[in-house]
Design a protein around this ligand. Sequence first.
Ligand code: SF4
Length: 554
Amino acid sequence: MVPPTESPARPARKRKGRGEGQWALGYREPLNANERSKKDDNPLNVRQRIENIYAHRGFDSIDPGDLRGRFRWWGLYTQRAPGIPGARTGTIEPEELDDRYFMMRVRIDGGALTTEQLRVIGEVSQTYARDTADITDRQNVQLHWVRVEDVPTIWQKLESVGLSTTEACGDCPRVVLGSPVAGIAADEIIDGTPAIAEITERFIGDKSLSNLPRKFKSAISGSPRWDTVPEINDISLVGVVHPEHGPGYDLWVGGGLSTNPKLAVRLGAWVPQEEVADVWHGVVQIFRDYGYRRLRHRARIKFLIADWGAEKFRQVLEDEYLGRKLIDGPAPEAPSGHRDHLGVHEQVDGNYYVGVKSAAGRVSGSTLMEVAKAAERVGSKRVRTTVEQNLLVLDVAKSDVDSLTADLAKLGLHADPSPWRRGVMACTGIEFCKLAIVETKQRAIDLVADLEQRLADVQAGVTDPVTINLNGCPNACARTQVADIGLKGQMVPDGDGNQVEGFQVHLGGGLTVDAGFGRKIRGHKVTSAEVGPYVERLVRNYLDQREDGERFAQ
Ligand code: SF4
């Protein structure tokens, strides 16, 4: 239970049966260890202990409840101890799996960074994280090899330039995704920047929202390209023009992947810019009060939406939380065009932005500092991260585009990548993630090089990126089910009957006009070593048999 000063008291209804642990129905006693931990101490309070105790006394002084629970609310997870094979994941004690180092997630709301912020992340990485940096598919940057002793200093450095790790993980409102071209795209319906800023200023770090049943993912974009994967967020505000009221947002709730994937549903409500933060707050409060807290694998808001339906959810939002009716609104038009923003594009102000592809999100602190330097050399002070693990440099004069593009290419960041490089994403995987069963990052990087050789002769014939998402386990952090080729890590038999690292294949998933989950086809399991030949066969079959206009995704 959140202390009375931290949680608005909603009238408790009469409880019946065992229930799902919903606070609004009177269930305040924790039904599992995670709920107990959050009730015992608001997870945000752990910051004081890190600053005052753990950073001075070291790793061994950390309370296990803080180490494996509350640290997450400040973007900190222990890394996977090196050398433990994926086959043992889930079968060994947590302390055996914990390394003495941390992954630290820096939240980048809207993917918006100044070059100064990028440089500070790079410096922190070089000094405190062995020069590691991964761009995640939620627009964050993750560092690795962080020691608890250095965490307060890292916070000081990040916060001095307006960055933070507050609620970057944990059962709370995580980073708010935003269009990387907000405010500069010629085809923009509405600029989501003010709404994201208001939400982060008012609500991130708010203890009344820091004990949710599970994580809460948000996306706000006024781009007609749906460039924040709105279909698979807990709440999404999608730009749309209301015939009477003008530009605003269509409200979607209940999307999410993992082991029980669901697409978000429309509530049929149009939200003006100035009401986004309040509506967002109402939805989060419904989740806090009515969300299921008995079983963690049934706790995301998607399960509540599935049981209630859109109509009841909207009614509760209006009647119990907003105290007014929402305006009915139209559905946004289905998007067209690529949402990854790669390449060179003109901005509304006549400048250009350059979108470049990273190697499955893997960069380094040094690379980020070089990107900042290259951007500043051509007079840019703004950089963006994307949900495809890409980077954009904004505000580039036409005359500087070529030299910037060349500078970025030298860093391994390409504005015109092959379809295979363009479409590949990977989660953290076994290198650092304690839940992983298989290697993903290096596997993805090797796969791109492999496919560029194998398929060099047909590359010109593939005009759309082929999305290949590598995931180290069923949790689908790199969106297994919505890729053309979704790869879910598991142990699989090789030709000799040995269990080796490999993947279950999900085929034909997609987002936007192709929104739907890939099918698991019986027998479609590949060893890690066979992924390249497998993808080659798929692509060649597609090219041989496709009909006019048929895309790979179909
Ligand atoms: Fe870790 Fe699994 Fe998520 Fe990959 S999908 S980052 S292995 S939890």
